[in-house]
Design a protein around this ligand. Sequence first.
Ligand SMILES: C[S@@+](CC[C@H](N)C(=O)[O-])C[C@H]1O[C@@H](n2cnc3c(N)ncnc32)[C@H](O)[C@@H]1O
Length: 195
Amino acid sequence: MLSVSRETAGQLAGYAALLRKWNPAINLIAPSTVDQIESRHIADCTHLAEASVGAQGKWVDLGSGGGLPAVVLAIARPDLNVTMVESDQRKASFLRTAIRELSLKNAQVISQRIEALDRLEAAHVSARALAPLPRLMSYVERHLETDGTAWLMKGRNWQAEVSEARKDWSFDLKAHPSATDPDAAILEITGIRHA
Ligand SMILES: C[S@@+](CC[C@H](N)C(=O)[O-])C[C@H]1O[C@@H](n2cnc3c(N)ncnc32)[C@H](O)[C@@H]1O
């Protein structure tokens, strides 16, 4: 688990409170998982911050929803600049509220569809619970610079999704086993090319 400063811990607690406050109105996370905001949702995202600790440059998170992992990354990694792409206007509005209330100077929101947006040429692209890997690869390829790294948070089907994606894409993969679910993983993907 990432060890965090008192200021970071306070911001993470503030973010958890915002998720709890707004979830009944906007459904940012599955209601059945509200009691796992810290132990699962935030823990999975601090794990990403830890796994990507050497990452530098422009970071883009696709389909940010309620800000997992983007808001957690912006809190845990004040040295990164994090752009969140979220087409749902109410969720984008929540993300802007979180940025303002948590005083995050290193985060911004683009409320457009991923596939309609001009290429962002990011050094790092992340996504969690957005789409199956074959479709996700085309989203990532659109916004990742040629030598960039994708960080994709995947559930228990991840091996099958990787096999399916390899039919159309070639890439190098390092899987970081999830800290909260033995079957889930953070996929660190580089060298993305059409097969
Ligand atoms: C299932 S949610 C996951 C949200 C967050 N990443 C998480 O793990 O809690 C997927 C989010 O992606 C957004 N989304 C889906 N397709 C999108 C697209 N083509 N462009 C932009 N946002 C999209 C949805 O509005 C939704 O908020």
